[in-house]
Design a protein around this ligand. Structure first.
Ligand SMILES: Cc1ncc(COP(=O)(O)O)c(C=O)c1O
Length: 522
């Protein structure tokens, strides 16, 4: 063990040049030793690393690594926290409109995730035809209550529009198609049942790639001009400006023009009553130093909307947010084993080679410029901290590395292998971008998953086993030798096609347990 002496005051960036234990490094940087919170979902208790109520070392002792852990009560906490912040903000700003929290399901479509968000009171935001069909199924089964909005975003092909219309014709009056293109309007106009419509403003989608979404001001005017005589109403104005928007003032400044545009439109369209700022709410899941005053942001937003509406002489709208990343990023994490350590050359940091792949399991390491994830060791806190590079051992790809070249260095305890590391904040987009249930890069199998959910006052656990080689081979078509292509088989009996929802549920390999030794009581 390398215990060390700190000889001078240092910037944390210098730490890897000094002999310092990992524990001292973390204490110096985040003020946390063997006990205390590192953020709102990671803590240390008696030297153990905790993910919410889960003792990660004990969990690995039972299930091994690699392992994915989904802790659904964190989703509920996120929604409750935002609702509470919005309640305070509304009271402070004396805002007369309501606050509407929608879950942007594109961040994570997993059944337990969507179900948890809905149970916590979230409205639904769809992004695709399959998403709209899931919403339909959930509504029919009462999991999406009838009064919950279903905001349908994205550029819509004919089958997506048909799925939206099917919802409305089946009697769901809370579905709100948000026009992304003028062509969509033509298709909705013919709907016999009155639709509540939204328009997405292209003007404010200033993030890279965002400019393709929504309608230009004259296109919105065209929709407004052709509304009369139809049973439809324009009720929502959508202005999304970006994602993970940590600069509160910059975000508010970007929304300013959109709020004015809302007011101008409201003067012409008395049915307009919702201002939707879309996604963008930042999450604490990626950086232990993260700070954002949610209530403060919303209070300023409400105050500015109220002031602008007063200036234009229009009533204040209900404010809608579509929370993807914020809702789910923190609820899931990975555990990897550093199976092999390879020393760096020419003074470079050593490689910690993981029994998995970050580029497969956390593709944002590759896609998003400067994407950060919180990486912490489970043990060896008394070892010297050193700068390391993580490499995915289960791909043969030079891009399977974290941090990316040029990113802030990663510090972990010195190790010769066998160290287990936790990668946090992977609950949003990672599984959807990486894909579920198919074949992945270098045939890296999907890791075993432990899913923890709240049922009444109990936490219950499900385990989904690691993806098997035969599942991967079947996905690639290798299983077919057992059925020679030229052999005629008897036609399959006609069966009712299962809906998407039932298929999803049946495919999961479940093992349920009421609670486990690695869940602590508080
Ligand atoms: C229309 C819309 N709403 C909401 C979201 C969710 O954004 P975020 O994950 O930043 O909350 C997105 C993300 O792309 C989006 O396109």
């Amino acid at each position: 063990m390398a215990f060390c002496v700190v000889l001078r005051f240092f910037a944390w960036e210098d730490l890897f040049e000094l002999e310092q234990t990992y524990r001292d490094y973390l204490r110096a940087r985040y003020g946390v030793g063997d006990n205390g919170s590192l953020n709102d979902f990671i803590s240390r208790r008696d030297g153990k690393l905790m993910f919410a109520k889960v003792d990660l070392e004990a969990l690995v002792a039972e299930h091994g690594a690699p392992l994915e852990v989904a802790y659904c009560p964190l989703i509920t906490e996120q929604i409750d926290r935002m609702q509470e912040a919005a309640g305070r903000a509304r009271a402070e700003a004396a805002y007369a409109g309501a606050f509407i929290y929608a879950y942007a399901t594109k961040a994570n479509f997993s059944e337990e995730v969507v179900r948890t968000a809905l149970k916590a009171g979230a409205h639904y935001e769809t992004s695709s035809v399959a998403d709209a069909r899931i919403a339909m199924d959930l509504w029919r089964r009462g999991i999406v209550p009838a009064e919950r909005y279903i905001f349908c975003n994205g550029s819509k092909e004919a089958d997506y529009i048909a799925a939206v219309l099917k919802l409305r014709v089946a009697g769901n009056a809370s579905v709100v198609p948000v026009l992304d293109d003028l062509d969509e309007w033509g298709a909705y106009q013919a709907c016999p049942a009155g639709l509540q419509l939204g328009v997405r403003a292209r003007e404010y989608a200033k993030c890279s790639g965002g400019d393709r979404f929504g309608l230009l001001p004259d296109e919105i005017d065209e929709v407004v001009a052709s509304l009369s005589g139809t049973p439809h109403q324009l009720v929502l104005y959508h202005a999304m400006v970006g994602s993970q928007l940590e600069d509160q003032d910059a975000w508010l400044a970007k929304l300013e023009g959109a709020v004015e545009a809302y007011c101008l439109l409201r003067r012409q369209v008395p049915t307009l009553r919702m201002f939707n700022f879309g996604g963008g709410m930042p999450t604490s899941a990626y950086d232990l130093g993260f700070e954002f005053d949610y209530a403060g942001f919303l209070e300023q937003l409400f105050a500015r909307i109220a002031a602008t509406c007063a200036r234009y002489g229009v009533p204040v709208p209900d404010v809608v947010g579509e929370f993807g990343r914020y809702t789910v990023a923190s609820h899931s994490m990975y555990l990897f084993d550093v199976g092999k350590v390879k020393q760096g050359r020419n003074g470079e940091a050593p490689w910690y080679l993981l029994n998995g792949s970050l580029m497969v399991s956390a593709p944002d390491t590759l896609i998003v410029d400067d994407q950060q994830f919180i990486v912490l060791p489970l043990t060896d806190w008394d070892q010297q901290a050193q700068e390391v590079r993580l490499g995915g051992r289960r791909t043969c790809d030079s891009d399977d590395q974290y941090p990316r070249p040029g990113q802030e260095p990663l510090l972990l305890p010195k190790s010769d292998g066998g160290l287990i590391i936790a990668v946090f904040g992977v609950g949003a987009y990672q599984a959807m971008l990486g894909g579920k249930g198919g074949a992945h890069h270098c045939l890296n199998p999907e890791m075993k998953r432990v899913i923890i959910e709240q049922e009444g006052d109990q936490l219950v656990t499900r385990v989904v086993e690691e993806q098997s080689l035969s599942q991967i081979m079947t996905a690639l078509g290798y299983g077919t030798e057992t059925q020679p292509a030229r052999t005629r088989r008897a036609p399959a009996p006609r069966v009712r096609r299962p809906d998407i929802w039932r298929t999803t549920v049946r495919m999961v390999n479940l093992r349920r347990a009421p609670s486990s030794g690695w869940i602590t009581s508080n």
